[in-house]
Design a protein around this ligand. Sequence first.
Ligand SMILES: C[S@@+](CC[C@H](N)C(=O)[O-])C[C@H]1O[C@@H](n2cnc3c(N)ncnc32)[C@H](O)[C@@H]1O
Length: 244
Amino acid sequence: MIGGKDMPTSYDAIAAWYDGMVRSDSLAGDRMLQHFFDLIGPVDGQQICDLACGQGHVARALARRGAHVTGIDLSSQLIAIARRDEANDPLGITYIVDDAITLASLGDACCDGVICNLALMDIPDLAATFGAVWRILRPAGWFVFAITHPCFEAPHAQWRSSADGTTSREIVTYFTEGFWRSDNPHGVRGQVGAYHRTLATYVNTLLQSGFIIERMAEPQVTGAAREPGYRVVPPWLHVRCTKN
Ligand SMILES: C[S@@+](CC[C@H](N)C(=O)[O-])C[C@H]1O[C@@H](n2cnc3c(N)ncnc32)[C@H](O)[C@@H]1O
């Protein structure tokens, strides 16, 4: 369903499964993540918030690059996994259970940068979240996020294969924004659902929140991805912006 009464499921309910998937997922592996880090750039010595950090794999990668990282997530179960990793392999990361919509645990202008990897689709209030990010950034601080591509990962989009071997993406609905849940019970979006927004909503909400968009990227999957169609359309959209 889309725009209906179905409610998102907490990642607490799937924390162990999600942790296992992140550690093994080929699409989310180093090659795609490298595009994200290319957009982030050097982080050595910077104070960075990993917003909706999940089990902390991006936070750990940032810390290994020399950043001082605070990971924030609503799921206490995923934060517990992140803290367990931090205890086993200390990188100086602080993990806090908090809501991205308010970021009440973080002070004003405390961060040089904020990153958010594949989580804005999980958060119901985009404007409030961008407002909270803006508040915790220092002047001219940067914000880099990755989202599932709103044009191609629209609700109930389907892969189609033609007799000539070509693959295409069929978009069923794009303009209706709201919460939806995929029919695939084995994927993330079938288990927890997602909030669909148009590309224009993402861009206009960023601008209204006071951000300047510096660069966007639509990385092409070139390796042996799970889905060959991702060589035709990008699975993710990456955005880099700065606090105006
Ligand atoms: C798809 S996961 C991505 C996690 C992580 N960024 C990664 O790269 O694996 C989405 C995350 O958003 C978190 N989340 C959802 N709503 C949130 C909110 N309002 N505030 C903070 N985190 C939230 C979930 O608990 C989950 O960890």
